[in-house]
Design a binder for this molecule. Structure first.
Ligand code: HEC
Length: 246
């Protein structure tokens, strides 16, 4: 970035800062209306507690509520990301990068085109920096190499975007804005543990990834047992018939 741009940016930032102070002042003043209650009270709510708001923002942005149990243990998304999701692909499917999470030297390298956006290892590096909006990764060094060992998603994945101020898909977080670019279907389809399509099923026995069910009757009996469906013999037969029509 040239010094002029840097100065210009700083000027812009300063003006933005002044605007924030101004808004805060106006909001502050409007709290001191005749009866001394703020707008929150007039709406039948207490004024917002800044501490709770800050905690809530952390949760919204970074808390996965333990959904790694699905995205890692079931969908094995960490393997997919590590093996095949370059930053270029990630941006293409609508994931966003939080520029504020990037150290200055990474920003400079990005701006200079020195970062390999075609390499999934770069995605792992971004996750290690907690810079991918809504995607929370746990990165651990194994044999001297950074490995993505767990991944989960947060509210921000679908409910935040960025202002593209650094580059398309890379900028400051905008929480609460829908990420209209996110292709959830494609992201989910990248997972190896997604159920296979059931169309034309009758044509290709045996079934299940390990071929453990010879016939559709075996498939249904398996689900009946595992999911405790308590299907009668008739019910099983009906289900088999239906599966044949798909
Ligand atoms: C995988 C994407 C995704 C994630 C992650 C996600 N949401 Fe949503 N959220 C949606 C979609 C899609 C809708 C709209 C659903 C509908 O209208 O039926 C929605 C609706 C909502 C709404 C209702 C909005 C309205 O105007 O009715 C709220 C509030 C909300 N989400 C909050 C959250 C919170 C809080 C989290 C994190 C705990 C979260 N969401 C995580 C996709 C997501």
């Amino acid at each position: 970035m040239t010094p002029q741009v840097e100065t210009h940016r700083r000027g812009k930032l300063r003006r933005a800062g002044q605007a924030v102070v101004l808004v805060a002042l106006i909001v502050g003043l409007s709290y001191c209306d005749e009866d001394g209650t703020g707008p929150g009270d007039r709406l039948g709510r207490r004024p917002l507690d800044p501490e709770l708001v800050a905690q809530g923002r952390e949760i919204f942005r970074y808390d996965t509520f333990g959904d790694e149990a699905y995205w890692t243990d079931t969908a094995r998304m960490h393997e997919v990301i590590e093996g095949a999701v370059s930053p270029a692909l990630a941006l293409q499917v609508g994931l966003k990068v939080d520029a504020d999470a990037l150290p200055q030297e990474v920003k400079e390298a990005l701006a200079a085109g020195q970062v390999d956006l075609g390499n999934p290892a770069t995605t792992v590096a971004l996750l290690k920096l907690n810079a991918v909006v809504g995607l929370k990764g746990t990165v651990e060094a194994r044999d001297g190499e950074d490995r993505l060992v767990r991944v989960g998603i947060t509210c921000a994945l679908c409910h935040s975007t960025v202002d593209n101020s650094f580059a398309p898909g890379i900028g400051k977080r905008l929480d609460g804005w829908p990420n209209g670019d996110l292709d959830v279907g494609v992201i989910v389809a990248l997972s190896p543990a997604i159920p296979p399509p059931l169309r034309g099923l009758w044509q290709h026995p045996p079934y299940f990834h390990d071929g453990s069910a010879e016939t559709l009757e075996d498939v249904v009996a398996h689900y009946d047992r595992v999911l405790k469906l308590n299907l009668s013999t008739l019910g099983e037969a009906d289900l088999v018939e239906y599966l044949k029509t798909l």
